[in-house]
Design a protein around this ligand. Structure first.
Ligand code: GLU
Length: 271
């Protein structure tokens, strides 16, 4: 009798264990993102919603538009086929790595520079755009280059960006004010909270283009090669993204997308 009870108890315990194991969702590290994307016919991309030319929410059509968006869509179709779906989730420079690590997004394509520091946390694809850090000022500003930023000047930067880190090196005396995102940083520049704003030239050009009272000051003072970030351990997915990028460059799709967003220049193009 006691033996039977023991066996029943063990059986029940086993059952509870199996149910609990079944309930626990797979962690990002355990899941094969490429397999899952194929099953769902979807890749979820983390993109900017406030960065003209790269990833900008268009209120009228409720769609996000830009170079990063079109590259993401083209990579999705290369990997999943013509009917493959690219879904977009908003990230900022500060939230993009945490959102990737939590599994909210499968990849980041959001004006993100490949750096050794970031490589400790995520893997990067090959370079798909070459930018460089610069300054944006109001036309007529006495600031003509990064060397003119001194203890009397305030520079606006965005949290979580390489720009916020680099500017401390290139203008060690300047005051730095860090904002949450690029929309806020530009509003701060317009309202006179800073004398200059700093980030990549391509992002600043997008702002200057739309706001003719503002202009870039000096050239670039860093190299900012953009890569697509993917969680570590997702080698198959990373290989598929790199393969897709190569194909887009070889078949002219990359050129077409580049031309659409940057018709008057060849700056930043990687082929
Ligand atoms: N490319 C720089 C970075 O990855 C600045 C642009 C951004 O904040 O996304 O930090």
């Amino acid at each position: 009798m006691r033996k039977k009870t023991m066996i029943r108890l063990l059986f029940l315990l086993g059952l509870v264990f199996l149910i609990l194991a079944g309930c626990k969702g797979k962690s990002v590290a355990e899941e094969n993102i490429l397999e899952r994307s194929k099953q769902n016919n979807t890749i979820t991309w983390g993109v900017k919603y406030d960065t003209r030319l790269f990833g900008m929410m268009d209120i009228k059509s409720s769609t996000v538009q830009g170079f990063d968006i079109d590259i993401a869509k083209a990579i999705t179709q290369e990997i999943l086929g013509k009917d493959g779906k690219a879904e977009f989730v908003e990230v900022t420079s500060k939230t993009r790595i945490p959102l990737l690590k939590n599994g909210n997004i499968d990849a980041i394509i959001a004006t993100m520079t490949i750096t050794d520091e970031r490589k400790k946390q995520v893997d990067f694809s090959d370079v798909y755009f070459d930018a460089g850090q610069s300054l944006l000022v109001k036309k007529g500003s006495p600031i003509k280059s990064v060397d003119e930023l001194n203890a009397e000047t305030t520079v606006l930067a965005v949290k979580g960006s390489t720009s916020a880190v680099n500017i401390r090196e290139h203008a060690p005396d300047a005051k730095i004010l860090e904002l949450e995102n690029y929309a806020e940083a530009f509003t701060a520049l317009q309202s006179g909270q800073g004398d200059a704003m700093t980030t990549d030239n391509a992002i600043l050009l997008g702002m200057a283009d739309e706001n003719p009272d503002y202009t870039l000051a000096g050239g670039t003072f860093t190299n900012e090669p953009y890569g697509i970030a993917i969680n570590k351990g997702q080698t198959e997915f990373l290989d598929a993204v790199n393969q897709a990028l190569k194909e887009l460059i070889a078949n002219g799709t990359y050129d077409q997308i580049y031309q659409k967003w940057f018709p008057d220049t060849t700056q930043g193009k990687v082929n």
